[in-house]
Design a protein. Structure first.
Length: 114
């Protein structure tokens, strides 16, 4: 069904906009809100454009871009903020990966250890 990268959501500091891919409208509202807050706060802190993208294998990745010669974009802060988000939002990000792999890639539900 999906053979390429799929954008989950993103925020743009230059246009002050947030985007959620309509394919993910079925995510619970709480998850949608948490994604929006996470992305918007990121761009408010460091600038640029943050996009959360599912790779072909289902891995959720942070992609960051900025306008050329943007003096307001904090490249070092960006890396640190992403590491912090990966640590503090680990459960959310892993859950989104599982959701994508099951509902979009059609993988079987992994066995839960009892």
């Amino acid at each position: 069904m999906y053979d390429e990268k799929v954008v989950l959501c993103g925020a743009n500091a230059y246009e002050q906009k947030y985007y959620l891919n309509p394919d993910f409208d079925r995510l619970p509202e709480q998850i949608q809100n948490e994604l929006k807050i996470m992305c918007v706060l990121y761009t408010e802190d460091v600038g640029g454009i943050l996009t959360l993208v599912f790779e072909e294998d289902g891995e959720l990745c942070f992609e960051v871009t900025s306008e050329e010669f943007d003096p307001m974009f904090d490249e070092i802060g960006s890396r640190l903020k992403i590491k912090e988000l990966q640590r503090t939002k680990r459960e959310l990000l892993e859950g989104l990966q599982m959701y994508y792999r099951i509902f979009f890639l059609g993988e079987d539900i992994p066995e839960l250890d009892e």
